[in-house]
Ligand binder design. Structure first.
Ligand code: DX5
Ligand code: ZN
Length: 215
């Protein structure tokens, strides 16, 4: 069964507490928390302080997606804020292996995200070290964008790479996931669906989560 990870980026931040409580009671599995620095991506979202507040509302996995440069400067702060998974971008890390070791030494699950233009083959030599690959199916920076169809082929190739090596790395798809494309994404081999607008801008987020969960 798919892991459903609503992205809080699409939440009404004036009502963040009630959104979190609603998601906590729902069948959502993870809270996906998008951190943006205005440098790696052309947008700024929130940092460890907000993650810490969100952490107090749930025991569910807090899946923190860092769209920031120099993530090594903040790994410890996100651990303290309560992150369970910490994902860094391949494109932002010159010493990716070192970043991964740092995350694991802080006792968090380590993820690597790749932008739409980065081939999955670039992950070949890091796959054994990580817990999660976040395949960006939009250009990172904003919620509510359209799914890039070429991602489906990338999911299939990555699934094959993981299975051939008999690894347990999760494939997470981030951006433009909808009720219409979820089945195709999962049958291509994805494990985790991030969904921002699809869940939080729907009339009944609890029901939308159940629909996604049922695929
Ligand atoms: C985009 C973020 C996503 C975003 C997804 O840069 O990484 O997690 O919130 O939002 P939707 O599901 O609306 O495309
Ligand atoms: Zn994300």
């Amino acid at each position: 069964m798919a892991i459903i990870a609503p992205s809080l980026l699409s939440a009404d931040f004036l009502h963040l507490k009630s959104v979190c409580e609603m998601l906590d009671k729902s069948n959502a599995d993870w809270f996906h928390l998008d951190v943006m620095d205005g440098r790696f991506v052309p947008n700024i979202s929130f940092g460890p302080m907000i993650v810490e507040f969100i952490r107090t509302t749930t025991q569910k996995c807090c899946d923190v997606h860092l769209m920031i440069e120099e993530p090594e400067k903040f790994a410890e702060a996100f651990k303290k804020a309560g992150a369970d998974n910490l994902t860094v971008h391949y494109e932002a890390c010159i010493h990716l292996h070192r970043n991964i070791q740092q995350i694991k030494s802080l006792d968090m699950k380590a993820g690597v995200a790749i932008n739409p233009h980065t081939p999955v083959e670039a992950l070949k030599d890091i796959l054994t070290e990580i817990d999660l690959v976040c395949l960006m199916s939009v250009n990172p920076g904003f919620g509510g964008q359209k799914f890039i169809p070429g991602t489906l082929e990338k999911i299939k190739s990555l699934r094959q790479m993981i299975d051939e090596r008999q690894l347990k790395v999760l494939i997470e798809i981030d951006g433009g996931v909808t009720i219409e494309n979820a089945a195709e994404i999962l049958s291509a081999g994805a494990d985790v669906l991030v969904a921002g607008n699809t869940v939080l801008k729907s009339d009944n987020p609890i029901h939308t989560i159940d629909i996604l969960k049922a695929f």
